[in-house]
Design a protein around this ligand. Structure first.
Ligand SMILES: [Fe+2]
Length: 146
């Protein structure tokens, strides 16, 4: 899954983080398709770590700019992380079973795509329109313009 134009907000702080997030999701899906349980667990944990820092970055930008939809947006993150934690537990308990493969291959990418389109694109546009520069967001690996 790539950050195609339908998933790009034009606000690079968020779009750059989404690229990393989608790359990690792909790495997880590849490990699952290869039936490599150890690698799938490692990739799930790498994705989970990134999601936590990415969601925190969005939430702090929403708080700093008093974004009107921040309560609803944070609730979406919280609900997703509960679901994601359950995926981790079930992966540990049952391994790469057909329901887990469907979860990783379909439900997870669908949620991320839906969330980006419904919640993150409006947020990115709002931040871009305010020319907001985050103070504490994690750096995105990108060469600086000199
Ligand atoms: Fe978000």
């Amino acid at each position: 899954m790539r950050l195609t134009s339908e998933l790009a907000s034009g606000y690079e702080e968020i779009d750059g983080q989404h690229r990393v997030m989608l790359d990690r999701m792909e790495a997880l899906a590849r490990a699952a398709q290869a039936d490599d349980l150890a690698q799938a667990k490692e990739m799930l944990s790498a994705l989970g770590d990134y999601l936590v820092s990415h969601f925190q970055a969005e939430e702090s930008m929403m708080a700093e700019t008093a974004y009107p939809e921040r309560g609803r947006h944070k609730s979406a993150h919280d609900l997703f992380m509960q679901d994601f934690a359950q995926l981790g537990q079930e992966l540990s308990g049952q391994g790469l079973s057909p329901p887990i493969l469907a979860w990783i291959g379909t439900r997870l990418p669908e949620w991320l795509k839906f969330h980006i389109q419904v919640n993150d694109l409006p947020l990115g546009r709002y931040l871009a329109s305010r020319h907001f520069r985050p103070a504490a967001a994690p750096r995105v690996d990108k060469p600086r313009a000199s």
